[in-house]
Design a protein around this ligand. Structure first.
Ligand code: A3D
Length: 320
């Protein structure tokens, strides 16, 4: 049986980390694509040379030619530029929108049957644009944000409660970062909901509010500390979990940016919701009853995504 093929479009900090993880887990052969000459081939060669030491068998190839992603089973997209000082949000949107156009067309021409995971920011708009440009079915294109946001939330909760991170589950909805909507009632330690843990004296509502605020600005906290660039280890791990769910038909229930067609009262947008990922891609959107506060928070996310999409449509008439 042939190995799976994983194409990483964007071979920067997250792309390189994705390649490392995919190879170490023997998820398949890996192609690192980037527009930067030499760099993807350099990373592929460096990673290949860790194979004999680590003991993995995976072919790694770096390329600047889209033809090399042909037949990929999974494509993970991190291509784009980060926001630099002096750059407006619309400047960034315009640049990364053009990148999504090139990437979408590359995927459409070379691997239209792939499962595509987008990481490029602003996430909820870029995943929508990538889907539009690629023409792939909506169930085969998803955005990575919720797994990362909930991992950050789980880490902070485990720290606060003094328990293993493995035993903490967190439930988040909505957009990436600022507009993330954590649902404490569905966040648990070994099945015990957080509000019950507060009643049991494990923590206080004030501490939970502070953790929610820290999670929302979790990306910014890391940007500030790094001084140059943004988080890449946890974002890469999160996307790998989604890719594995697809390749192994695990039917994982994960929060991702998925295309909504009426669920949660939203139509035609990518928003963060829990979904089931299996061999069919997005196999199910999990729709839960929201309380009034969560509904309000979710609507803020939806409004923010809608505003970004309008800006995208203004920048590229083929999207209107
Ligand atoms: P970086 O290390 O700059 O890598 C981006 C790569 O994209 C660079 O190597 C570029 O050369 C390459 N690139 C630029 N244009 C193209 C193109 N047209 N085709 C192919 N490659 C191209 O960034 P990074 O890896 O740290 O981050 C990648 C993206 O992920 C950024 O947009 C981040 O904002 C985003 N990000 C999202 C999250 C979420 O949770 C959604 C978290 C962290 C980072």
């Amino acid at each position: 049986m042939a190995r799976n093929k994983i194409a990483l479009v964007g071979a920067g900090m997250i792309g390189g980390t994705l390649a490392h993880l995919a190879a170490m887990k023997e998820m398949g052969d890996v192609v690192l694509f980037d527009i930067a000459e030499g760099m993807p081939a350099g990373k592929a060669l460096d990673l290949s040379q860790s194979g004999p030491v680590e003991g993995f068998d995976a072919n790694l190839k770096g390329t600047t030619d889209y033809a090399d992603i042909a037949g990929a089973d999974v494509v993970i997209v991190t291509a784009g530029v980060p926001r630099k000082p002096g750059m407006s949000r619309d400047d960034l949107l315009g640049i990364n929108l053009k990148v999504m156009k090139a990437v979408g067309e590359g995927i459409k021409a070379n691997c239209p049957d792939a499962f595509v995971i987008c990481i490029t920011n602003p996430l909820d708009a870029m995943v929508w644009a990538l889907r539009e440009f690629s023409g792939l079915p909506h169930n085969k294109v998803v955005g990575m944000a919720g797994v990362l946001d909930s991992a950050r939330f789980r880490h902070f909760l485990a720290d606060e409660f003094g328990v293993s991170m493995e035993d903490v589950t967190a439930f988040v909805l909505g957009g990436h970062g600022d507009t993330m909507v954590p649902i404490l009632e569905y966040s648990t330690v070994a099945g015990i909901p957080v509000p019950d843990l507060i009643k049991m004296g494990w923590s206080t509502q004030e501490k939970m509010d502070a953790i929610v605020a820290r999670t929302r600005s979790g990306g910014g906290e890391i940007v500030k500390l790094l001084g140059n660039g943004s988080a890449y280890y946890a974002p890469a791990t999160s996307a790998i979990q989604m890719a594995e769910a697809y390749l192994k038909d695990k039917k994982r229930v994960l929060p991702c940016a998925a295309y909504l067609e009426g669920q949660y009262g939203v139509d035609g947008l990518y928003v963060g919701v829990p979904i089931v990922i299996g061999a069919g891609g997005v196999e199910r959107i999990v729709e839960i009853e929201l309380n009034d506060e969560a509904k309000k928070g979710f609507q803020v996310s939806v409004d923010a995504v809608e505003e970004l999409l309008e800006a995208c449509k203004g920048l590229d008439s083929s999207l209107a």
